[in-house]
Design a protein around this ligand. Structure first.
Ligand code: ZN
Length: 357
């Protein structure tokens, strides 16, 4: 008779431990997800058709690289087209140009353009690394994101209840020689784009300059909802990222194109990375930087989508031993509770970009 309470206690403890639910690989297409950083610059439907089957909605991100307003308008137009073709599945982030920075009407022009985008349901605005790495003022001086000329624009974005998405600076690897970079994706990217490989340009702003300009901008705009793309360029250390998130409560980060750095840190110290995802489960948005520029075969497009989306699902939901060509070491999946996966893969994007469900 005495054994019964112990047995009951044992099962109670078991239940406590198993109070968390976990997803499996099979749940991949059953669970609603959002990829919060995608670039669709095409009228073809292929990407969104597969996304629908895989239960992904997307946030489609427009940006200015170096072709000014023409590029901004062109990318935005494709974004609107995708949103019309797939209502409630595509949310749009617009951007603005700094090519006419010296024009005395620049601020008004930007605000008018953003206003017209917001009236069409756009959820946010992206600023890109050209600010701080490429664009120069009339005197030939590079300007940074904390420049006072941006103040009224960021205030307008905040007043309209929209979100600023910032790809500012680059991964820390960008300031290292190729052979010292931690991830294969960075080695590949900076080999292909030497113009952005800052190690080769010691006279341009440093990694620390980029981060402190971003932080000064956030200090000036505490009420602006800010999503730091690419892990807020603090992809190399979850400890450093945690400090920044503590300092700026209105900041979240997206994971786009930085899974390599997450895997790298996981290979070194999985518990630390898992603790970070648990502690900041409300501040992290799943994202890839996948896209479709309308070129290439559907087969290649779909294999790239599967490679990223299914790999990341496995990493976050299971504790499988994994390998990825992004890094050279094996690592183990985080197996986050389903409730946390739901936030990172869905609810956080809804919240931080104010997406209507
Ligand atoms: Zn991107």
């Amino acid at each position: 008779m005495k054994i019964f309470p112990i047995v009951i206690l044992f099962f109670m403890l078991m239940n406590c431990q198993e109070g968390e639910n976990y997803y499996s690989l099979d749940d991949y297409s059953k669970v609603k997800k959002i990829d919060s950083h995608v670039h669709l610059v095409t009228d073809r439907r292929d990407f969104m058709e597969k996304a629908g089957k895989d239960n992904f909605q997307i946030v489609n991100v427009s940006l200015e690289t170096k072709n000014g307003w023409d590029e901004v308008h062109r990318k935005y137009t494709y974004g609107q087209l995708q949103q019309e073709m797939f209502p409630n599945k595509v949310a749009t982030i617009t951007s603005f140009s700094v090519e006419d920075w010296e024009d005395e009407n620049w601020q008004n022009n930007v605000i008018q353009w953003l206003d017209s985008c917001f009236q069409e349901g756009v959820v946010g605005v992206k600023v890109w690394k050209n600010i701080g790495m490429v664009a120069k003022d009339g005197a030939g001086k590079m300007f940074m994101i904390d420049d006072a000329k941006f103040d009224p624009i960021f205030k307008f974005i905040k007043d309209q209840g929209k979100t600023l998405l910032g790809h500012l600076g680059e991964p820390k690897n960008c300031w290292l020689p190729l052979e010292e970079m931690t991830t294969n994706n960075d080695k590949k990217y900076f080999k292909k784009h030497p113009e952005y490989h800052m190690y080769q340009f010691p006279d341009l702003p440093s990694y620390e300059d980029q981060i402190s300009a971003r932080d000064r901008m956030l200090e000036k705009n505490p009420d602006l909802r800010f999503v730091g793309a690419h892990m807020g360029s603090l992809e190399w250390s979850v400890d450093e990222l945690a400090k920044t998130l503590d300092r700026f409560p209105n900041m979240a980060v997206g994971l786009a194109a930085r899974m390599g750095q997450i895997f790298y840190q996981t290979a070194e110290n999985r518990e630390k990375v898992r603790d970070f995802f648990m502690a900041y489960q409300d501040r992290i948005l799943y994202a890839t930087d996948l896209g479709d520029g309308g070129k290439g075969s559907q087969e290649d497009l779909y294999s790239g989508m599967d490679e990223n989306w299914r790999r990341d699902w496995q990493y976050f939901t299971t504790d499988d031993d994994m390998e990825s060509d992004l890094i050279d070491s094996p690592f183990q999946g985080l197996k986050l509770p389903a409730s946390v996966v739901d936030k990172i893969f869905y609810h956080n994007a809804i919240h931080w970009f104010g997406i209507e469900k």
